[in-house]
Design a protein around this ligand. Structure first.
Ligand SMILES: *Cc1c(COP(=O)(O)O)cnc(C)c1O
Length: 366
């Protein structure tokens, strides 16, 4: 608390990101869903050829080079793409653009009870009413639960975080059709890791109320670059630009635009990277299940696993941390019996599994 902060900042409940180890500290980092592989070699090539003198000039507001690359890849018009400084910023602008503030409506934004923990932070910060929809058995989002419920917006991460489960494009279609006067925000931060791959982008021609948000942070290995984007109807994108230009007209810089564009164009490298992670995910799930862990089949680059009876999730998190392995533990009741584990390289996951094996046998002995 500070007398120099206004009421809103004094009352804010900011998002707490997963721990970032200090430089030089040797850890296996499986706690923030980063990609263990380097970005496309094309990104390096862009850096090498980049003329520093260009930084004298402001960047292109829209990030045209990047937006054109996304539009080409997704089969939409460039005017249907919006780029921001990470998808967290794009999501923040979506909340401010599409959802009504509580003084103007009695309606709430619907989100799954357990989902990306930034959504409630945005809702509180922007004064938006919120209604949490419980998950079904097996941590499933059921489209029926979002239909016929009055709302001023719907936000669903697909695949959902931290549960790792996804819903079908057909379900999203039903949700969009069920609330034609609200914007339905689908956060596809992990979509590329689902097997088979599905994207709600295919629904855009029939769903003018749909906004799909994506990021280069996870599947493109560019979390440090901060480039996220939205794909939607021109009407929605136009709204986002109004919000952006009331806040910061240059959310993505010259270098970020060029690097992100190069990464998006390198389809082959992207696909190879995802294939490797999906394979390692299967290995990790199988190994953990053999040790008595329980988890849904993951559609993302992380798994959400409950340790076997007799092993407390929080203690396991602490013990792994002491061994230099970081995973994510949420204290939230309802999910505080699980760990969210990012898929790293094969070698990292073998080390992780060996450590878990030791922890399980230690727990049995005591
Ligand atoms: C990681 C993540 C984001 C944020 O990605 P950035 O583009 O790095 O800001 C958004 N949504 C979900 C569900 C995520 O897990």
């Amino acid at each position: 608390m500070s007398k120099f902060w206004n009421k809103k900042i004094n009352e804010a409940e900011p998002y707490v990101a997963g721990e970032q180890p200090k430089k030089g500290q040797k850890v296996i980092k499986l706690n923030t869903n980063e990609n263990p592989y380097p970005p496309s070699p094309m990104a390096r090539a862009v850096l090498r050829s980049f003329d520093v003198a260009d930084l004298r000039l402001y960047p292109d507001t829209n990030g045209t080079e990047f937006i054109d690359a996304v539009a080409q890849a997704e089969g939409v018009k460039p005017s249907q793409v919006f780029a921001g400084n990470g998808s967290d910023e794009v999501l923040a602008l979506c909340f401010q653009t599409f959802f009504e503030r509580e003084e103007n409506t009695d309606l709430s934004v619907l989100t799954p009870e357990f989902s990306y923990s930034f959504y409630p932070v945005f809702e509180k910060f922007y004064g938006i009413r919120s209604k949490k929809i419980p998950l079904r058995e097996g941590m499933v989002v059921d489209a029926e639960d979002y239909i016929g419920v009055p709302n001023c917006g719907i936000v669903i991460a697909n695949p959902n975080a931290p549960t790792s489960r996804s819903i079908s494009t057909e379900d999203i279609r039903k949700i969009c059709k069920g609330s034609p006067d609200s914007v339905v925000l689908i956060d596809e931060a992990y979509a590329e890791f689902a097997d088979p791959y599905e994207t709600a982008v295919s629904l855009l021609p029939e769903c003018p109320n749909l906004a799909v948000v994506r990021t280069t942070s996870k599947s493109y290995s560019l979390a440090g670059l901060r480039v996220g984007y939205a794909i939607a109807s021109e009407e929605l994108i136009e709204g986002l630009k109004r919000a952006r230009d009331s806040f910061n007209s240059y959310p993505t810089d010259r270098l970020a635009q060029k690097i992100a564009a190069a990464a998006v164009k390198d389809v082959k490298y992207h696909e190879e990277c995802i294939k490797k992670i999906v394979k390692t995910r299967t290995y990790t799930q199988n190994e953990l299940r053999a040790l008595g862990f329980e988890m849904p089949d993951s559609s993302a680059n992380f798994i959400f696993a409950r340790p076997p009876k007799g092993i407390d999730a929080e203690s396991l998190y602490i013990n792994l941390r002491a061994r230099g392995i970081l995973v994510r533990y949420f204290k939230t009741p309802g999910i505080n019996d699980r760990l969210r584990i990012t898929i790293g390289t094969d070698e990292e996951m073998q080390t992780f599994i060996a450590a878990v094996k030791e922890e399980v046998s230690n727990a049995k002995d005591s």
